[in-house]
Ligand binder design. Structure first.
Ligand SMILES: [Fe+2]
Ligand SMILES: [Fe+2]
Length: 382
């Protein structure tokens, strides 16, 4: 059984994740064991903001570098470890380091000055370079420049066999603990759902921009804060007795999970990747309806009521429309305006499909072997 305090929760095992019941006020923990690369720099009182409840434990030298820096003032990153010999699509340390580099652009994880700290941006660029190279190892370049051609290739990618279905498994044979684990994994993205794609809006024009805004408006609850999809996902987590505070489970998420969020953040934060971001959003909208219905039914199977299922039910309804807007106006509109971006749209789509497949395989493999798919709370590679 997990304790109700976050600090004690670190001592419990990930297998008990579904029993987590933590409604404590946010607690900032400083990982004093984390090695720093610049011992000469004095630590200052942590500037971590309360919206990020705690900095995670490090998983190795890369994440230790970022976590340690975030406990100091900007401008003190110091020497960084080499980024080599790593599988950037699954390595836990690499993925957490990149995730935290991106997180400063979303919520207040640390002193706001880190967001544009030149050394942190340089380190992030090194990580991104390795990440992009690995994506290109896995995703074939597809040349297409006509709107109809791009749309039809996108549909082909989506229809391609993608391995066993997580939603089918959870509906047909998943346990409540596994359903909780699934939500813990997804919390890394869904507690900030829609935010990464919103970075694309100023980078688009015309029909593609208008279509993305129409989708995003509904993702943000059509003007009603209580209906924002990120809020609805928080309701699901609470219905499962999980902690829905932002960032609370990052430290137990494996690299394969964090890589799915790093992908969309990389696309979101670079103008050159705006078409890949469009392809990524299109895949989300065009593949959502059936799995979301299955997740809702899986929750129903365990007695979770309408409020806890609403996140999924809303998607079943909204994404029928969003899929059409994404395909016919956002993707086709972008390619009509900028035909040279066709390959990037398809790269973004293929990359998210590939990472989602790896994510599903990781969870299903762990569960088939009676293991947790999460990293144990006490894991501290630093
Ligand atoms: Fe959504
Ligand atoms: Fe949607």
């Amino acid at each position: 059984m997990l304790s109700s305090s976050r600090s004690n929760r670190r001592l419990a095992s990930a297998e008990d994740i579904s029993l987590t019941r933590t409604k404590d006020p946010p607690l900032v923990l400083v990982d004093d064991d984390t090695p720093t690369n610049d011992e000469g720099v004095a630590k200052v009182e942590s500037p971590v903001a309360p919206t990020w409840p705690l900095l995670p434990w490090s998983r190795g030298p890369l994440s230790a570098t970022v976590i340690s820096a975030f406990q100091r003032q900007p401008g003190t990153l110091g020497a960084t470890p080499p980024v080599s010999g790593i599988d950037a699509l699954s390595d836990d340390d690499f993925s957490l380091a990149l995730y935290l580099c991106y997180e400063v652009h979303y919520q207040a994880v640390t002193d706001a000055g880190w967001e544009w700290d030149p050394d942190l941006l340089k380190f992030r660029a090194e990580l991104e370079c390795v990440f992009e190279d690995r994506l290109r190892d896995e995703v074939a370049d597809i040349k297409a420049h006509l709107p109809l051609e791009v749309v039809s290739l996108l549909e082909e990618l989506i229809r391609a066999p993608s391995g066993a279905s997580l939603s089918t498994y959870l509906l047909e044979s998943g346990t409540l603990d596994q359903l909780c684990e699934f939500c813990v994994h997804r919390s890394a993205y869904q507690l900030k759902e829609a935010d990464p794609h919103t970075f694309g809006i100023p980078r688009l024009t015309g029909e593609a921009k208008a279509a993305m805004v129409e989708i995003q408006f509904e993702e943000y609850g059509s003007g009603n804060a209580a209906e924002m999809h990120s809020v609805l996902f928080g309701n699901t987590m609470r219905a499962l007795n999980l902690d829905d505070s932002y960032g609370s489970y990052v430290e137990v998420l494996p690299g394969v999970t964090l890589a799915t969020v790093n992908l969309v953040s990389m696309f979101a934060l670079h103008r050159r990747w705006r078409a890949a971001l469009v392809g990524h959003l299109a895949v989300f909208e065009m593949t959502s309806v059936e799995p979301m219905a299955r997740y809702s039914s899986a929750l129903d199977r365990f007695g979770i009521g309408p409020e806890g299922r609403r996140f999924y039910d809303v998607h079943v309804k909204a994404d029928e429309r969003h899929a059409v807007i994404a395909r016919d106006r956002m993707v086709a509109g972008l390619i009509r305006a900028e035909p040279e971006l066709g390959p990037d749209v398809l790269f973004g789509a293929a990359a998210v499909l590939m990472l989602e497949q790896r994510f599903s395989a990781h969870l299903l493999d762990a569960w088939e072997n009676n293991r947790s798919s999460l990293i144990p709370w006490k894991s501290n590679a630093g």
